[in-house]
Design a binder for this molecule. Structure first.
Ligand code: MOS
Length: 761
């Protein structure tokens, strides 16, 4: 089938072109595997110096001395930037005017608010000299006791959670009375640890000033927002700032907003009047660039004798920093999935001496999901029901927290396909009843996945050139997930051209603002902008042709024209048409262009609950003597609207599922309660899964046509894979062993001390 678009732009008439839906490989894959892709830190402008952060080894207090002279005497050190000589800023780094604005540590005073906070920047001719200079500063402190962990401070009700959700929500009847009167009840508390994003590529910046113009290479999930933030801090207009962010080595949310260390790089360049490169060392990423808040979540669920849920109460205690406000919306995970006549969610927060937590892949959703899915599993067993049967019995036909209908929800299909592919019907109800031939305890668990289908705001510009080729411009971000490939596919179809006839331009702030690559909404938002820009330029071209007496399309009218393969045709007579090139050449135009934007339709947003869904099934094997857990296979089936590129989507879903394994069995930042320092701020002791930890893993999507989310019907797949998966693994561990571990990650000692041999928890 050739590319075709419908100029009426009615979603009901939207057709798949030849590019959307194809499992193409990453367009920049060859550049990456051959090392030719240039990341931010690969840039070396002439005269460039290296900057290295000196960071605090205490978590709370003040810096009383720095031996700046010792650092300055080091050959190769050019300058040391401290609070005494840091160039002035136009804006207080502690100012906050919206929830997307985070307070920064930019050497504004001598306070230390968390370990690994920058306390000075050493700038040198070489990386080695800058690194040694930072050591020579030998800081002294006046330390105050660090408050770390969820019990280290008084709690309070946060003003909002996430980026503006209400901190507590109630829907339907009274939770307490429903709990009191129910025949089946559970009351369980789950704990999740601090986690760190740990993108392969650390935060990095190469900054050059030319008068009041600033040029930056830095990995970014949101260039226009970074531009705006930097412009405010330096008191210059955003159009004086050029950000290049062609490739990212991962982001996971931590590169969504420009962070303090990047701004310190810009300040350093200003101080020395030369280009400066600043790259965080791995351990320096455990502090100033965000993390996932720890949580303690209490789930109380009540069910009737037949297993129908009567009440869900989900309360989360979370931590934030002493000086800023990000609140992991963990309890919100219970808003979407299970029908309940009484539903309540609430949050309380504590201030601790850590860097401010931030969105980290499925912020709130992942944290809340592992608790909710564990609790649902516990409740199913309490009711004597199979976990899938229990979920089907409590399937939400409307969104539980709002009563709104779903714009689409193919979750039943996910459950059915997932169960079939996994072989779920052969599962025993009782735990600790399945073994493999080698004597390992076998456990099967499942979880439901969900993530909201969001849209932010994005722009794109489409061009058709006189030779019939196309250009699509949108300052989109590719964190490695293959976004640019998907966007190029949408671009080609929107222009009704072959992929190789379209130049797709992205990754630079001088292109139309593509918004933020976050909230799993980038493909939906920027994809809609691209789709609309393409349709708009084709519309202009059609107008040109249909109003020109020399054109075979004369008088056909805009809606009477179809675009396909670089040509416009009459809808009622396909023999009458002409090429883009002919239309533009006759009109004497070098090119024609049009803009498009992508935003959420406010009517859809107020009328519908819009979410992607999925069902994840996991098998674990547990050594009955040693308590060692191995995930042996996983199957995930997801419904996420239209799939632009099945290969990239599968890769996103698998990545999320692997993170689910990681959440349940591996990841945990361990903090020293005396010093407030992270003790495993490195990739050898902060455990993430390696190949040997990743089992046979399969991810599938089911067809789901959603006419409401956006014209292309995209729901997003970046984050949903973690949700459901973490709970599925935890539930499988319980099913294998009979031991219910409610503190994550599950460790060998949890299973051994609870005696793998015997206890049913
Ligand atoms: Mo994602 S945590 O919205 O980058």
């Amino acid at each position: 089938m050739s590319p075709e678009i419908n100029l009426t732009r009615d979603p009901a008439h939207l057709r798949h072109g030849s590019n959307i839906g194809q499992p193409l490989t990453r367009r920049e894959g060859m550049l990456k595997v051959t090392g030719a892709a240039g990341y931010a830190a690969d840039n070396h402008p002439p005269g460039m110096l290296y900057a290295v952060l000196a960071t605090a080894s205490i978590a709370r207090g003040r810096v009383t001395s720095l031996d700046v002279e010792a650092a300055r005497r080091h050959p190769g050190v050019v300058e040391v930037m401290t609070q005494m000589n840091r160039p002035p800023l136009a804006e207080d780094p502690d100012a906050k005017t919206n929830p997307f604005m985070f307070r920064m540590d930019l050497l504004q005073n001598d306070r230390v608010r968390y370990a690994n906070q920058a306390i000075a920047v050493v700038i040198a001719e070489t990386l080695e000299a800058a690194t040694e200079g930072a050591v020579l500063l030998s800081p002294r402190y006046e330390a105050e006791p660090a408050r770390v962990g969820l019990d280290s401070n008084e709690s309070y009700a946060p003003p909002a959670v996430g980026v503006g959700n209400p901190a507590s929500v109630q829907h339907g009847g009274d939770v307490e009375s429903a709990l009191a009167g129910a025949p089946h009840r559970i009351d369980a508390t789950y704990e999740t640890p601090m986690q760190y994003h740990n993108a392969m590529e650390p935060h990095a910046i190469v900054a050059s000033w030319d008068g009041d113009r600033l040029s930056i290479d830095t990995p970014s999930q949101g260039m226009a927002m970074a531009q705006g933030r930097i412009a405010g801090l330096f008191g210059i207009s955003p159009d004086k700032i050029h950000i290049r962010s062609p490739f990212l080595g991962g982001g996971f949310g931590s590169k969504g907003l420009v962070k303090g260390p990047q701004v310190l790089g810009i300040l350093a360049a200003k101080l020395v009047g030369r280009p400066v490169k600043l790259v965080l060392r791995r351990e320096q990423m455990y502090g100033p660039v965000g993390h996932r808040s720890p949580s303690r979540q209490r789930l109380r669920i009540a069910a009737a004798a037949d297993g129908r849920i009567a009440a869900i109460d989900h309360h989360a205690r979370i931590a934030t920093s002493s000086f800023d406000d990000f609140y992991e919306p963990a309890a919100d995970a219970s808003h979407t999935l299970y029908a309940s006549p009484a539903l309540a969610t609430s949050h309380e927060a504590v201030r601790t001496d850590v860097g401010t937590p931030l969105f980290m892949r499925a912020p709130g959703e992942a944290t809340g999901s592992i608790a909710l899915e564990s609790a649902i599993d516990e409740m199913a067993f309490a009711c004597g029901l199979d976990p899938l049967a229990f979920r089907l019995k409590n399937y939400a036909e409307v969104e539980p927290a709002t009563g709104k209908p779903f714009s689409s929800k193919a979750l039943r299909e996910c459950y059915a396909q997932g169960a079939e592919r996994f072989g779920w019907s052969k599962r025993s109800l009782q735990p600790r009843t399945m073994r493999d031939d080698d004597g390992f305890l076998v456990g099967w668990g499942m979880g439901t996945a969900t993530f909201p289908a969001l849209m932010f705001a994005a722009q794109a510009r489409a061009v058709i050139r006189h030779d019939g080729s196309g250009v699509m411009e949108s300052g989109t971000h590719d964190m490695g997930q293959g976004a640019w490939t998907a966007f190029a596919q949408i671009a080609a179809d929107s222009l009704a051209l072959d992929l190789d006839r379209v130049a797709f331009k992205a990754g630079s702030s001088d292109l139309p603002d593509a918004g933020i690559a976050g909230g799993s909404a980038h493909t939906a938002t920027a994809g809609t902008a691209i789709h609309n820009a393409g349709a708009a330029v084709i519309g202009k071209l059609a107008e040109l042709a249909t109003s020109d007496q020399r054109s075979p399309l004369f008088g056909a009218g805009n809606t009477g024209v179809v675009a396909r393969n670089g040509r416009l045709f009459r809808r009622d007579d396909e023999s009458r048409g002409e090429s883009y090139a002919d239309i533009l050449t006759r009109a004497g135009l070098a090119e024609i262009d049009a803009q498009g934007s992508g935003t959420m339709d406010p009517a859809a947003q107020s009328n519908y609950a819009m979410h992607a869904h999925g069902a994840v099934f996991a098998e674990v094997k547990v050594d009955p003597d040693l308590g060692q857990v191995r995930v042996s296979r996983m199957v995930g089936v997801f419904a996420a609207g239209r799939v632009i590129n099945p290969r990239m989507v599968r890769s996103q879903l698998l990545g999320g599922m692997i993170w689910g394994v990681s959440f349940t069995l591996h990841e945990q930042a361990i903090i020293d309660h005396r010093s407030g320092r992270i003790m495993n701020a490195n990739l050898s002791e902060y455990h993430v899964p390696v190949n040997a930890d990743v089992p046979r893993m399969e991810a599938f999507t089911v067809d789901e046509l959603d006419p409401h989310v956006n014209p292309l019907g995209i729901k997003g797949v970046g984050e949903i894979g973690i949700t459901g998966s973490a709970g599925a693994v935890a539930n499988a561990v319980w099913h294998a062993t009979g031991v219910r571990v409610r503190r994550f990650p599950i460790r060998i000692d949890d299973l051994l001390t609870s005696e793998v041999a015997g206890r049913v928890g």
